[in-house]
Design a protein around this ligand. Sequence first.
Ligand SMILES: [Zn+2]
Ligand SMILES: [Zn+2]
Length: 481
Amino acid sequence: MTDPHLVVPSNPTPNGDLHLGHIAGPYLGADVLRRAARARGDDAAVLLGTAWQNSHVLQTARRQGREYLDLAAENARRIEESFAAAGIGYDVMLRHGDIPDIERATRTAFARLRATGAVTVRDASAWYCVECDDWRFQGYVEGRCPYCDSGDAYGVDCEGCGQYHDDAELRDARCATCGTAAVLRPLRRAFLDLEPQREWFERYLAEATLGPPVRAFASAALDRPLPSIAVTFVGEVGFPVGDHRLYPAFELAPRYAVMVARWRAGAMPVKATSSMVFGSDNAWERVLLFPAVLRGLRTGADDDPPLPSVLHMSHFYLLDGAKFSTSRGHVVGVRETVAAHGLDTTRLYLAVTRPESAPTNFSRAAVAGSPQARAVSALERWTSVPHAWTSSPPATVGLDHVMAAAADLDRALRPEDLSCVRAADAVVRLAAAAGTTDTTVRTAALHCLVNGAGALIPETAERLRAAFDVPVVAFEGPPDV
Ligand SMILES: [Zn+2]
Ligand SMILES: [Zn+2]
């Protein structure tokens, strides 16, 4: 048995319910890793919390005339219902009762990084709206990215390239509230300087397992001076330091430390490994800021939260060719999709279309007739009438086909090689093999479907196990036959 594996997906923003785009990205990936590790007989946990400390939550609350934590709590409940509907499991969920511990860890990290000189305070400039007579940070200032020219940039974030830019570098900055051009004003604030840590980052990113999109992001980030990331701003959400606040993104590593402590729940410290699974819009936060802040929290003690050793990033999942958008109502709900197509068809379809190497598109019309839907319904038919098994058109695949699919499935379910796309493809091939009249081939395929494919199609795997009395054993690739 290997060390327990902690899977840390993005923190969903509670400015609304989850939509399919969220599930297809970080959450299906995290859930599949957790289920697959457990199917191998390993200990695995998914650590989660919603990102209530977010300017989009505050903006939504303002529009609705509500207190932002109340709105966040209500949406967190809906988010948890959507996770349940999609069969997404987790072991830790941070809630507002955890705020004192998160604040303590955040202040510890900030104080240590100040003491080591990693965080420095200096004069800089930031955007101000003269019309609104206020500073403009985060989602309150929109413009174009100084690196990739995307118009999908705001504050220090760019949804085009995912790279960090300084507030003052945002081009054509305008106030998101009134639309007026913003102006730069001097502001003294704290920065976390990463370029002096270049050697450490080069080593960390070389030793960690990075999925191909993370590898591309990291090499682009390392190709130029590493950024100085602003960690304080003027605003309303975030822990106060003087008359500024700490950026919510600075809390990510402290929140993770609290999650790890909750997962240990007072038990003896045990060694663990961890994976991060996030969307491309979180790239710099997860690849650059998170480890730098976590360094301020690690003391070399046995109960240090582990430095993530595997990083996976997904691209945007599109709906009818355009980005999902909660604020614009361009979304498909999780519950409505599961209600229309069933849990396993939804999961298998999201898996095969997951945006792992480029943005991909969800089309409502394509789900029902997809090979994934046909595979799930064929397996379901067989479980409801097992004696009719051999009356289906017999498949003409041999044992080598099952063995190859089993090896592909096993590899795609490992943290270092995670690919829901390849796992889903292997499941469809195994489903076809299960239709053969050859008993050896069918038994091998059923073993893989019950013990391995359960990571993607848990309900069908359980039905197959019950209908054909398949023994539950650790799934580690091609079975012994
Ligand atoms: Zn960009
Ligand atoms: Zn304004």
